[in-house]
Design a protein around this ligand. Structure first.
Ligand code: GLC
Length: 583
């Protein structure tokens, strides 16, 4: 999309215009629909690392329930809970062995029901993480498939195939695991001789379901209904783009080794974005619509370009999809403007809301990513002790600004637990503690995602910073964690926690989530991104120096550390502000 941000010819510039801000035509008008999910702010809880009520070192459901009053002070509409189902925990619970249960690590079904109903009393919906692409190799369906013969109905629930070549020693195709290594694992026959292979896009302990089999579809419909009956407010759909594989599972020559890694153009990948997905999503939407309270479906879909992703949220499909293009964008004015403009154009075309997200449990937190000088780091799995370390002050300053700017955009937003405390990753975690299968499967070549999953700090002078009563933590907290504790931030009016609270309250009061968007053309300020949303001007200064704000517009709110602005009428370096438009 071409955006009106660049310098016109000097001869075209209005010579005596005192303001470097000129409003361009609207790039987005509000939808006629005003359903809750069009403007929702959804807070992701990673149960392992939120709050441990038992002292085991692992967070749990009762811990979350106990902290609901604190979550409610943030002003979020819903909580998305990462998996808490029975699981051998080979991929931190994304390897599910029973979709309709609760792992004793996290509590009981009673605890889940209490969490859902207590959250409702605060007006907060609970969104359940459904993992339909694969289960655990300990799921009853997979153990039955292993015990059954090739060609059986049990094996047809998964992708089993004979190997190629002499002795069937070559995997059935060249597809790789996203966690590293082959995507195929061979299993023995009952007599001990080498048998068939099964496909797993992730770890070998995560066999992929065969979604062409109606029995798989029925299983998941039952699971959706199970959680909707329990009062769930909807579902986040894990790896939704990979559920169907192209008929025949042909080799993929698109990448040299057939490895579908982020950054590779996915459009032709036979394991991603297959058209058959859409009839499943349509069915799931119908199921959600049978229930009160407008339960939502949000897809984790790594599909590009954005215009193709929009098909996923077209009428009758999912309600929302994560906008990973926004998350991937570096600290760069033009790149951000482009992704915002493109996102709104793509989603507006199907009358779906755009969502915005900066952090989650799979990527380095944005306070860490933005702590690298220049344009910030490109997304990798994470940062380890042998990597160049981020400038944590710069990272946190930019992260606060990025969040304030994001919350001033029209659409929905996702927040990841701990970002409201200004947390970055644990970037010095020793290898011995790492649990992410990407680290293990790549023999340490890929550092993995443990750094962004560290248990969060609550009380600065308590064991494990108040995360667990015994001081146990499943991953070690970094030494500086106490300084980010919630109790300290409660008392500091300029803390990141209070910044998030103010931003969320004002966003709701000003109706920014359901608002409009027009860019300001400000060619004289090449590192300033300014938009107008209704009567609010939202300005992000990506430069390392103060810049003038639009004149005459009263300041509503600023992300600067400490007292509002660098000076009257000047927005500080790496900061963001909202102003009331007077004209
Ligand atoms: C999703 C999850 C990630 C998990 C993967 C495999 O991408 O967000 O944490 O490892 O699916 O289930």
């Amino acid at each position: 999309m071409s955006l009106p941000l660049h310098a016109p010819d000097a001869s075209d510039a209005p010579a005596q215009d005192p303001s470097p801000y000129a409003l361009a035509p609207a790039a987005h008008e509000p939808s006629a629909g005003d359903q809750w999910w069009r403007r929702a702010v959804i807070y992701q809880i990673y149960p392992r690392s939120f709050k441990d009520s038992t002292g085991s070192g692992m967070g749990d459901l009762a811990g979350i329930t106990a902290e609901l009053p604190k979550i409610a002070t943030l002003g979020v509409d819903a909580i998305w809970l990462s998996p808490f189902f029975p699981s051998p925990q080979k991929d931190a619970g994304y390897d599910v062995s029973d979709y309709r249960g609760v792992d004793p690590l996290f509590g009981t079904m009673e605890d889940a029901k209490t969490l859902i109903s207590d959250a409702a009393s605060f007006g907060i919906r609970i969104i359940i993480d459904i993992v339909p692409n694969h289960c655990s190799n300990e799921h009853a369906l997979f153990t039955a498939a292993l015990a059954a013969a090739p060609g059986s109905a049990e094996r047809a629930m998964f992708h089993f195939a004979d190997g190629l070549g002499e002795g069937g020693n070559t995997p059935p195709n060249n597809w790789q695991s996203l966690f590293g290594g082959s995507g195929w694992t061979r299993v023995p026959n009952p007599d001990g001789t080498p048998g068939q292979y099964y496909f797993h896009l992730f770890d070998a302990t995560q066999p992929d379901f065969n979604w062409r089999n109606p029995a798989v579809q029925e299983e998941f419909e039952k699971t959706l209904r199970f959680w909707l009956d329990a009062g769930a407010g909807g579902f986040r759909i894990d790896v939704a783009h990979a559920m169907f594989k192209k008929e025949g599972m042909p080799d993929w020559g698109g990448a040299p080794d057939g490895t579908p890694r982020p950054g590779y153009p996915f459009a032709d990948a036979p394991m991603f974005g297959q058209p058959e997905l859409h009839q499943v999503f349509a069915r799931w939407r119908e199921i959600c619509e049978e229930y009160p309270g407008e339960p939502v479906l949000c897809s984790e879909a790594n599909v590009r370009p954005l215009s193709r992703l929009a098909d996923w949220v077209a009428p009758g499909q999912m309600h929302q999809s994560f906008n990973f293009d926004f998350l991937r964008t570096l600290w760069d004015r033009d790149a951000l403007a482009e992704v915002i403009g493109d996102s709104l154009a793509a989603f507006d075309a199907v009358d779906a809301p755009t969502t915005w997200v900066l952090s989650n449990h799979d990527v380095s937190r944005h306070a860490t990513r933005f702590g690298y000088d220049g344009r910030a780091m490109d997304l990798g799995d994470g940062i380890g002790p042998r990597d160049a370390q981020p400038d944590t002050v710069l990272g946190r300053t930019r992260a606060r600004a990025a969040t304030v700017f994001m919350l001033g955009l029209p659409g929905g937003a996702y927040l990841y637990q701990g970002e409201e405390l200004g947390l970055g990753d644990n970037t010095t975690l020793e290898d011995a503690y790492r649990q992410d299968p990407t680290f293990l499967r790549s023999n340490g070549e890929r550092i993995g995602r443990d750094g962004c999953r560290v248990p969060i700090p609550w009380v600065h002078d308590a064991p494990a910073c108040g995360f667990s009563p015994t001081g146990e933590t499943w991953l070690p907290q970094p030494e500086n964690w106490a300084g980010f504790s919630r109790d300290l931030q409660e008392q500091d009016p300029d803390s990141t926690l209070n910044l998030y609270r103010k931003a969320l309250a004002l966003r709701s009061e000003l109706g920014l989530g359901l608002g409009s968007l027009a860019f300001y053309a400000n060619p004289q300020l090449p590192e300033v991104l300014a938009i107008r949303n209704g009567d609010t001007v939202n300005v992000l200064n990506l430069s390392g120096a103060p810049v003038p704000l639009p004149e005459g517009e009263p300041l509503l709110f600023s992300a600067a550390d400490g007292p509002a602005l660098a000076a009257d009428g000047l927005l500080g370096a790496n900061s963001a502000a909202w102003l009331r438009a007077t004209a």
